[in-house]
Design a binder for this molecule. Structure first.
Ligand SMILES: Cc1cc2nc3c(=O)[nH]c(=O)nc-3n(C[C@H](O)[C@H](O)[C@H](O)COP(=O)(O)O)c2cc1C
Length: 153
């Protein structure tokens, strides 16, 4: 990747976290665990640091966390249809364990956003009625994942 393209991609990635409606707000995260099947899903990109560490939030009971524990190598695909710009990122996923930073994020979240991380049933459970979700009265399954890229196309 030439330096000017790299700088544009970096700018787009950073803009994705701050500009409403930016197509890089969401990415497709690919993981491969011991089952050897690539699993893809949409994630909301929360932060891109100056050194391009990409952060998203999740429930620590989710399959993606299991996969990252089994195999840190992940892929992230982003696509901007207006610019016809596709970015393929390969990196190492790190499950954040620093409680101070996790607590700081947790405290800054709205009560509504917190609901995603306090369901009694883990993500992917079969639900008879999605309107009848039950929530923990204390504790949470909130977790942040940092992707440290080693390749970008
Ligand atoms: C628009 C959109 C945004 C999403 N953002 C996230 C996210 O930031 N983190 C997350 O864990 N799941 C997010 N999800 C749900 C995932 O795509 C996925 O269904 C869920 O996390 C379970 O994935 P897994 O079982 O492969 O871990 C989002 C789904 C949609 C449709």
């Amino acid at each position: 990747m030439t330096n000017s393209i790299f700088q544009e991609v970096k700018k787009e990635l950073t803009n994705g976290t701050s500009e409403k409606g930016h197509p890089f707000r969401y990415g497709t995260l690919g993981t491969v665990g011991v089952d050897s099947i690539a699993r893809l899903r949409t994630v909301l990109i929360r932060n891109v640091s100056k050194d391009l560490v990409i952060t998203f939030y999740t429930d620590r009971r989710s399959k993606k966390v299991t996969h990252i524990k089994e195999n840190k190598k992940v892929s992230l695909l982003l696509f901007n249809p207006e610019k016809m710009l596709q970015v393929k990122i390969e990196g190492l996923g790190h499950i954040r364990t620093d409680m101070e930073s996790l607590d700081k994020i947790w405290e800054s979240m709205s009560p509504e956003s917190k609901l995603d991380y306090i369901t009694t049933q883990p993500p992917g459970s079969g639900l008879k009625n999605p309107e009848m979700l039950e929530y923990l009265t204390e504790g949470n399954y909130f977790c942040a994942i940092d992707i440290h890229p080693f390749k970008m196309e």
